[in-house]
Design a protein around this ligand. Structure first.
Ligand code: C2E
Ligand code: MG
Ligand code: MG
Ligand code: MG
Length: 283
């Protein structure tokens, strides 16, 4: 099995080399340099309970503080990093950063978690679970303090291998979340078998929900499906009070979006949380 996996890793590496062009090589070296020069940033966006306003978690989202271009959003480099395989370095960088900040974020709230986005390449890398375990040991963090967000399409790239990896990660104690749910080629058969804990309703349905009856039915059905399977539901892209109220009424227990808070640097997040807790009479 290990040998088979190693061959797969090599095939994957060769595919990465084949996609190289001069432009992509220069962006790749810029990205490598960005890590060395400490230009990447972790931004955190709150996930709160629609039942009692508790700040349950924060999603870590990468930003690139570029010396000339300013703050570069992930859509300008994450897809490229995924194509070239650099995403594996980026994911490890994110996880180490989050691990280093974790105890400071946890203060006074021992159920708080940080979510991190994984790509299909991370799931396919045989050494990834061990990297996670080692990093958590190094920083003395329980696996339950991290939530791993994986898109449906990342899982469906190689469903049976993803299933094995997810089973391993779940046994290690990580919370697993399916991101952008409803936009990939969902297989409900897999959903039933995967050891996931939460579904994130894609923001496109949340945006559409107020005016479009089909979107609203999709949101409602996703919430019901999740609950019937014993999963928690998070709605992303909650931009208005009306969206928030609608979701709460539909039984969606967690919400994330600009209406609650935008992604922000870690120190700003801590301040935001103090204000939020004070405003809602929490702690
Ligand atoms: P995602 O994981 O689905 O993250 C949610 C995205 O929606 C974030 O965009 C967030 O800023 C945005 N968002 C949250 N609330 C609202 C809202 O109310 N309205 C609107 N219009 N947008 C909202 P962001 O940070 O630009 O990230 C985009 C995508 O890039 C992420 O989607 C994720 O797929 C990817 N990404 C970001 N950081 C990482 C990373 O560290 N690793 C990996 N592999 N992917 C990442
Ligand atoms: Mg996500
Ligand atoms: Mg999402
Ligand atoms: Mg998304």
């Amino acid at each position: 099995y290990a040998a088979k996996k190693r061959t797969e890793d090599i095939v994957q590496y060769k595919q990465e080399l084949m996609t190289s062009t001069p432009e992509s090589l220069s962006l790749l070296s810029e990205l490598r340099q960005a890590v060395v020069n400490h230009e990447l940033r972790v931004y955190l966006q709150p996930k709160v309970s629609s039942q009692d306003n508790r700040v349950i978690a924060a999603e870590a989202l990468v930003r690139w503080q570029h010396p000339e271009k300013g703050l570069v959003p992930p859509y300008q480099f994450v897809p490229f990093a995924e194509q070239t395989g650099f995403i594996r370095e980026l994911t490890k960088w994110m996880i180490r950063e989050i691990a280093a900040q974790w105890h400071g974020l946890q203060k006074g709230n021992d159920t708080f978690r940080v979510s991190v986005n994984l790509s299909t390449r991370d799931l396919m890398t045989t050494s990834f679970p061990e990297f996670l375990a080692q990093t958590l040991r190094e920083y003395n963090i329980p696996a339950s303090g991290l939530c791993l967000e994986i898109t449906e399409s990342a899982i469906m790239d190689d469903p049976s291998f993803a299933e094995q990896t997810l089973a391993k990660l779940s046994n290690m104690g990580f919370r697993l979340s399916i991101d952008d749910f409803g936009t990939g080629y969902s297989s409900l058969g897999y959903l039933k078998r995967l050891p996931v804990n939460e579904l994130k309703v894609d923001q496109s349905f949340v945006f559409g929900m107020i005016e479009n009856n089909s979107d609203r039915m999709i949101v409602q059905s996703t919430i019901d499906l999740a609950h019937n399977l014993g999963l928690d539901v998070v709605a992303e892209g909650v931009e208005t009070e009306q969206m928030y109220q609608t979701l709460a009424a539909l039984g969606c227990e967690e919400v994330q979006g600009y209406f609650i808070g935008k992604p922000m640097p870690v120190t700003d997040f801590k301040e935001w949380r103090e204000e939020w807790n004070a405003r809602h009479g929490l702690k």
